[in-house]
Design a binder for this molecule. Sequence first.
Ligand code: GAL
Length: 436
Amino acid sequence: MRNRFVATVAVAAVAALGLAACGSGTTPEEPAAAPNTSLATTAGGAGGEVGVFTWWAAGSEKEGLDALEKLFKQKYPNNTFVNLAVAGGAGSNAKAKLASDLQNNQPPDSFQGHAGAELLDYIDAEQIEPVNDVITALGGDSVFPKNLLDRITVDGSIYSVPSNIHRANVVWANTEVLKKAGVNAVPKDIASWMADMDKVKAAGVSTPLSVSGTWTQVQLFETVLIADLGVEKYNGLFDGKTAWDSAEVKQAAADYKKLLTYTNTASDGDDWPVATDMVIAGKAAYNVMGDWAVAQFAAKGKKEQTDYQYFAVPGTDGVFDFLADSFTLPKGAKNPGGAKDWLSLVGSAEGQKAFNLAKGSIPARTDVPPTDFPPYQQSAMEAFKTNQIVSSIAHGAAVSLAWNADISQAISKFYTTKDDASLVADLTAAAKKNLG
Ligand code: GAL
């Protein structure tokens, strides 16, 4: 068992440099352990069923997974792909099912896990195996960014294969609604953004900002934290350097409270497309959503600029609120050879192009040409290279599963009470509990 506090400090300290890590930061050239090398991919695949667990069960997310499945079948005809997806964005239902399957020693052959603190949970619990051999065969740090590999590496062992990188601090806006409201410029900060929301309301759209269930609210709140704290203090939230009851967090809680006055009434079961679709339909002006949303606009035939536009959450320009999906090799997987076939596909340039085109994310690999992607993803690729990188709370990059659960509980309670002093107190207690 690794020391949770030390590991979390490592994540945050290196994140402050824009290089978040969940491990020692050693490079893939120095693996301490690389078991299962005998299971290297063979032509046509290892054979047998390969059960892959995700929460990509519907819409554009399923299309991304389907694109991978199609290629998997072509490349590894000996294998049978078994889709074990559990519906619910951000793993809102899937993570509980996964936890109980892992607990009961019934792991899938591979499961989706977020690079960063969340992956560390599975490593700490000794539920996943190193996959250095797969990463090396895929090209190692000549094709995967070092700052990403660091987030999935502990003591030289690499524990997953990254499939993609998403950005969480994006506002998606309906062009027509903004035009009618006379909003012509991107707001610079949260206060001027809310002034624009007043204009939207005055123009007759009763929901300027759409939200869905709790995890989407956590994500919205994290972007307000980034805006009000700035990068350094935001990073400090995860290593104890920034107090959760500081003046800046209190300001963020007050801003978040005010932002919620511009939103629809969401129920906890609402998944993200409910809120994004409100923007697509012109029932809301804005939605803060990860860039899986761009795939939803595309799927509904909407055109960038004409129908929708996007910008960084006001106050977070130049910051990339990062998360990455990656796939694991669970301990005790029934078909580790088949799982490695899956991992090899997920990490290949061909797999990353097919998947990310459908998903809205950008490839984790650096050798997939940006020109293969539409303008949004090209801009995200550029931003990932040039922006300051911070870790998403809602999507497993910044905090452990347990801490995320505590933050989510506080945000969910706040949605009912609208008591920002209690929110700050609950968040402070959650940090104390989880940082020790
Ligand atoms: C995130 C995941 C993304 C996307 C999103 C919404 O946690 O990393 O790939 O699926 O949830 O479901």
